[in-house]
Ligand binder design. Structure first.
Ligand code: BG6
Ligand code: MG
Length: 226
């Protein structure tokens, strides 16, 4: 099996915006007087804005207008962080890996549930290394459904089994596996342990090492096509 492309989640994979999402939700929760913690935020990782606010509300009832206002407010807080981002905010190893992917002639796409993905990639200066972006506007069904990654693979003109997805969220790993993608999970085993390969981060990661790790798995495990 030949790998021809990579699809990267954005928040928490290429940059630490997962932290900014958390801080923005925490600020909103504090203003609404809803108990919320960093631990609870883990359930929101990779989850779209609307589902995130519903989880944060923990069953409290509200009107659609309130829901909209809270989502917009959280996004304003989030964008305050994003507007200060620069290429220095690319996580260690991410740029080097993207450059190696480009040099090797493989494709690279973004598969992010965020509607702010283009803005963030632009702030990070990564546009020249990215061939396609699938984001929160691209599909109806978000992660853990595989649709977003299938959309990204389609934009690259590749089959799922020709692509490696890199994810930091349980919902994203689930989505990638459901779509038949080779899957690398970044973070603790309890979060991304279902991935074909689990790494702490992209720091020091070389493309050849990733591919050889996955090749070992290819002999013993099918990612959805032969
Ligand atoms: C995901 C993040 O990438 O995008 C989630 O992991 C976030 O935390 C989701 O809620 C939607 O992002 P946005 O920027 O459209 O609110
Ligand atoms: Mg993520």
């Amino acid at each position: 099996m030949t790998i021809r492309g990579f699809i990267f989640d954005l928040d928490g994979v290429l940059t630490d915006t997962a932290e900014y999402h958390y801080r923005a939700w925490q600020r909103l929760a504090d203003e609404l007087g809803i108990p919320f913690s960093r631990e609870e935020n883990e359930a929101l990782r990779g989850i779209p804005r609307r589902e995130s606010i519903l989880l944060l509300l923990k069953g409290r009832s509200c009107s659609e207008a309130e829901l909209q206002e809270w989502m917009e407010r959280k996004n304003r807080y989030y964008l305050e962080y994003v507007c200060q981002m620069t290429p220095r905010d690319v996580l260690p190893g991410a740029c080097e890996l993207l450059e190696e992917i480009r040099r090797t002639g493989l494709k690279a796409a973004i598969g992010s549930a965020s509607k702010n993905a283009r803005l963030v990639i632009d702030r990070l200066g990564l546009m020249p290394l990215i061939d396609a972006i699938s984001d929160g506007n691209s599909v109806e069904r978000q992660k853990p459904a595989p649709d977003l990654f299938l959309h990204a693979a389609g934009q690259l003109g590749l089959l799922p089994c020709e692509c490696v997805v890199v994810e930091d969220a349980a919902a994203g790993v689930e989505a990638a596996l459901a779509g038949g993608f080779w899957t690398i999970g970044l973070g603790p085993l309890e979060r991304v342990g279902k991935a074909h390969l689990v790494l702490p981060s992209l720091q020091g990661v070389r493309l050849s090492e990733l591919l050889s790790h996955l090749n070992v798995r290819i002999q013993t495990q099918s990612a959805g096509c032969a």
